[in-house]
Design a protein around this ligand. Structure first.
Ligand code: ADP
Length: 168
């Protein structure tokens, strides 16, 4: 599995799957979630509503999949990151779960390339350095015959600098 760093907007990335930092309602929000729903169109929200009607809300650390609407990807994997509350052990485990469960779901869909945003480091206030470490570690520990490339998409400069160091 190769890793790559891209600075920019995840809605523009033509990967098999892009990951959304959703909230547990699955009904859309701000940040990357808002950007994905805006660019992808209403099909994504309609599928999220169907998932909600079937299974209820999505718990923190879990992941669900929809199609990608108008985005240049095949799937959107929606995962719910932890809101940082200072409990490092618990929050770290939940953030790692987000990456692992997203990769497991991607693998089950035959995804070869997947792009992640920096989950929880926006509105959810997870410390960026620690979040980056957990993201890179979890991805590197994931063995896959199917997934060939993982792209870390950094939207802000601070995350870009952190990931540059972590991936070197
Ligand atoms: P969370 O609620 O999980 O913190 P946010 O969307 O607020 O989710 O932030 C997660 C990360 O996504 C932040 O680092 C933010 O800078 C980044 N982000 C915001 N918009 C985009 C986008 N269009 N593409 C990629 N990353 C984005």
């Amino acid at each position: 599995m190769n890793t790559e760093l891209i600075k920019g907007d995840i809605t523009k990335i033509p990967a098999d799957a892009i990951v959304n930092a959703a909230n547990s309602s699955l009904l859309g929000g701000g940040g990357v979630d808002g950007a994905i729903h805006r660019a992808g169109g209403k099909q994504i929200l309609e599928e999220c509503i169907r998932i909600r009607n079937r299974q209820g809300k999505c718990n923190t650390g879990e992941a669900v999949v929809t199609s990608a609407g108008k985005l240049p990807a095949k799937y959107v994997i929606h995962t719910v990151g932890p809101v940082w509350n200072g409990d490092e052990v618990k929050c770290s485990k939940l953030l790692s779960d987000c990456y692992r469960k997203s990769l497991e779901l991607a693998e089950s869909l035959g995804v070869e390339t997947i792009a992640f945003p920096n989950i929880s480091t926006g509105i959810y206030k997870f410390p960026k350095e620690l979040a980056g470490k957990i993201a890179v570690e979890t991805v590197k520990n994931f063995q896959s015959e199917i997934i060939k490339k993982v792209i870390f998409v950094c939207f802000d400069e601070e995350n870009e600098e952190i990931y540059k160091k972590l991936l070197n």
